[in-house]
Design a protein around this ligand. Structure first.
Ligand code: ATP
Ligand code: MG
Length: 373
């Protein structure tokens, strides 16, 4: 890897780059092509940024801030109109062509072998022929997801939904209009756009949309500026906050406290802003409480029965090598996994995977045996 060239291309000094190597900037040797990966932001360069060995740069996808109270946030940030797009719940992927190969990068800047196989099949190669520098930013959603399996979308297995477009070596994203136009032109699946609203009417419209999404077990919305000047803001349904909590408490010792705390706080603000009736408020309390206690109860009872707490996910691959590569990739990311025997299907293989929540297993076992917290 050409260090001086790399430093120059992202605008940091060679000395600083060298100082950061193996700390905030890591070299990934596998899978091909080799790349530098910004694990944390460095000198204003977004985390998740990747520099490939041929010198091409793909910047990290910008963080999206969250509204806790919709109406004041909308009034404060959006001058007149706001576009409401679905926030789909899966994992972020940036898809680029490097040399002759299309690869999918995770949020953190790893090449994910499984996502790569899926996008190569789902996205027409023509888009990269016409735009060799394009970066397609999208969400991988569906039930055959090794990271965030969800069966609430009209997806058979796993699908890439485009939500933004960027260009190699550029930090800015092109926004709503270009994204939906490109998706249309190349037949790429795109996140649903619910409409563009006057900011005065928006809070009420958004509430209806978010409540509808919540009833369907879907996550929420991303509010975007049709002119792509104001930065997007996200907002989620109560059901989605609670689904996250259910998950976080099932694996309570493997999850960050911030993850849990922030979801409880969101419920407080939403209950007040939406002025819950007594009945709605009680329902919210029950939903929140159950999502915490029911899933923890499950964990404790299972552990008492000597069972190991695992998360079961499944993937569908075309080639067996993709499953082997995903296994290596997950291990490399520090996730303890057990891959089952591939089960042949008409068009590939189904592979069941168990992800071990080691910390929750150990902690729960020790509590059951009478250890003190
Ligand atoms: P962060 O909050 O730092 O962005 P996170 O992983 O916690 O990171 P989320 O709370 O899931 O992020 O919200 C941001 C992510 O939402 C984006 O990175 C993207 O993967 C996903 N997303 C889903 N639908 C959309 C959409 N329509 N527009 C933009 N992002 C979307
Ligand atoms: Mg997400």
């Amino acid at each position: 890897m050409d260090l001086p060239k790399t430093a120059e291309s992202v605008g940091i000094s060679l000395q600083r780059l060298e100082g950061m190597l193996d700390r905030n900037i890591k070299l990934s040797r596998w899978p091909d092509p080799r790349l530098f990966r910004f694990e944390k932001a460095v000198s204003g360069v977004e985390a998740g940024t990747v520099i490939f060995e041929n010198g091409e740069i793909v910047y990290g996808y910008p963080k999206i801030n969250r509204a806790m109270m919709l109406e004041p946030a909308l009034k404060r940030f959006f001058p007149d109109r706001v576009a409401v797009e679905e926030k789909m719940n899966g994992y972020n992927a940036r898809v680029v062509r490097i040399g002759e190969e299309v690869v999918a990068l995770t949020r953190g800047g790893f090449i994910c072998p499984y996502s790569t196989e899926v996008v190569r099949e789902r996205i027409s190669p023509q888009v990269f022929q016409d735009h060799p520098d394009i970066v397609l930013c999208g969400e991988m959603v569906g039930s055959h997801s090794p990271y965030v399996p969800k069966d609430v979308y009209p997806v058979d297995s796993l699908e890439f939904y485009l939500f933004d477009v960027a260009c190699k070596a550029k930090t800015d994203v092109q926004g709503l209009e270009s994204t939906h136009r490109l998706a249309e032109e190349y037949g790429i699946e795109c996140v649903p756009l619910f409409g563009v609203f006057d900011v005065g009417k928006a809070p009420e419209e958004i509430r209806k949309i978010v409540e509808m999404l919540g009833r369907e077990g879907r996550e929420g919305v991303v509010l975007k500026d049709p002119r792509n000047v104001v930065r997007p803001i996200k907002y989620t349904s109560s059901e989605s906050n609670c689904t996250d909590l259910r998950f976080a408490f099932r694996y309570y010792n493997d999850y960050g406290r911030d993850f849990i705390f922030s979801r409880v706080v969101r419920e407080g603000f939403q209950a007040v802003e939406w002025n819950d009736s007594e009945k709605e408020f009680k329902e919210r309390c029950l939903r929140l409480g159950e999502s915490i206690l029911a899933s923890m109860g499950e964990t404790i009872r299972e552990r008492m029965a000597q069972d190991t707490i695992v998360q079961r996910v499944q993937i569908k691959v075309k080639r067996l090598q993709t499953a082997r590569d995903l296994e290596r990739h997950l291990r490399y990311m520090g996730i303890r996994v057990v891959f089952g025997q591939p089960e042949p299907l008409d068009d590939g293989y189904l592979v069941r995977i168990e992800k071990l929540a080691m910390s929750t297993n150990d902690k729960t076992k020790s509590m059951i045996e009478g250890d003190l917290w």
